[in-house]
Design a protein around this ligand. Structure first.
Ligand code: TRP
Ligand code: SF4
Length: 346
């Protein structure tokens, strides 16, 4: 009889986003496209989720958008190519183990660690009009650490803006492993950041594309909207008149071309811009062509899902995530001796 083939378990990766609304090209290039690659590479067991509790850390006073935003982000995940047959796609609030681990890790996390996370002070200063002196907001990075450690992943694929949070996660895991062991073994391995190599993607105003700047191109923007946004996009400031030569390396539209256009179009752009042979309107039209080509299949896939289907995918994925999460929690409770059973009685 042939030896049974025992599939060695693949290492896991885990990542997620807050449900802040429809995703834009910056989210896609900065994270989502890379997640899809990781999923299709089949090297890892992939877990991708929506951090709806995290939305409450800033939007607690008005929670009316969280459900719709969750559906929109989920649709964008699916549109971008995440596939529930290949990845576990789930919703944080449907896996209560996130809250349990958060509570337990809260016991061992010094306040100073949370106060020192750079985004904490930054956001408190930058987000005006919301009182962010809450327990939940201070605890944002620890909830994120719980999200991560709950799945014992090897890698966390995130953008640069999240690396401080993963660093805190590593510190918390080390502290946990120092205090508690299970049969001499560490229960919460230190995960590593898997940095997304993301090209610089400018928004329509030339600054980094970001929802808070209002300069985004959404994955759901229809073609006329994309063309309209491109028309008002800032260009090389040295190119004032049509007859002035410009430099695509100093132009946000040039940056878009570098990410999305073919080498032929890029060559045309460089030559035409530097010799003032083309106008910016024409050049922007080419950039819009390239964007529309990228967005077309994404939008077609989005249109192929109904809301009830999306909800079912989330339920299903959350059920699968819960099984994996419970496995970790069983080890965590055992290591902490928080699983009283008859046999433990003296
Ligand atoms: N903080 C992340 C963001 O704003 C979202 C997030 C929450 C996350 N929990 C996570 C990302 C766990 C990766 C892993 O984008
Ligand atoms: Fe920018 Fe294109 Fe105009 Fe050159 S021609 S300044 S690259 S928009």
């Amino acid at each position: 009889m042939p030896e049974p083939v025992i599939a060695s378990p693949r290492p896991r990766v885990l990542s997620g986003m807050r449900p802040t609304g429809k995703l834009h090209l910056g989210n896609y290039m900065g994270a989502l496209a890379n997640w899809v690659k990781l999923q299709n590479g089949a090297q890892y067991d992939c877990y991708f989720f929506i951090a709806d509790w995290h939305a409450l850390t800033t939007d607690y006073a008005d929670t009316s958008n969280v459900a719709q935003n969750t559906l929109d982000v989920m649709l964008d995940y699916l549109a971008a190519g995440l596939d529930p047959a290949k990845s576990v796609m789930f919703l944080q609030s449907k896996v209560l183990q996130h809250a349990e681990l958060n509570l337990l890790l809260g016991m061992i996390t010094p306040l100073g660690w949370l106060e020192r996370v750079p985004t904490y002070k930054e956001q408190q200063e930058n987000i005006t009009g919301k009182d962010l002196s809450n327990f939940g907001f201070l605890g944002y990075p620890l909830l994120m650490a719980s999200d991560i450690l709950l799945y014992q992943p090897k890698f966390v694929p995130v953008g640069n803006d999240q690396t401080a949070h993963v660093e805190l996660t590593r510190e918390v895991s080390r502290r946990f492993n120092q205090f508690y062991k299970l049969d001499g073994r560490e229960v919460l391995p230190e995960p590593q950041v898997l940095l997304t190599p993301s090209p610089k993607l400018p928004g329509t105003d030339g600054r980094k594309m970001s929802k808070s700047y209002g300069n985004t191109i959404l994955l759901t923007d229809p073609e006329p909207e994309v063309r309209k946004k491109l028309k008002t996009m800032v260009t090389d400031p040295a190119r004032v008149r049509r007859t002035d030569p410009g430099d695509p390396d100093k132009c946000p539209v040039g940056d878009l071309h570098k990410v999305f256009s073919t080498p032929e179009t890029q060559a045309k752009m460089y030559a035409g811009c530097r010799s003032a042979g083309i106008g910016c309107i024409e050049c922007k039209g080419w950039a819009a062509d390239a964007l529309v080509q990228v967005l077309e299949p994404i939008q077609a896939r989005r249109a192929s899902f109904t809301v009830p289907q999306v909800i079912e995918i989330l339920e299903d994925g959350s059920n699968r995530a819960r099984v994996r999460a419970e496995q970790t929690m069983h080890e965590v409770r055992s290591a902490m001796q928080m699983n009283l059973t008859a046999s433990a009685a003296k």
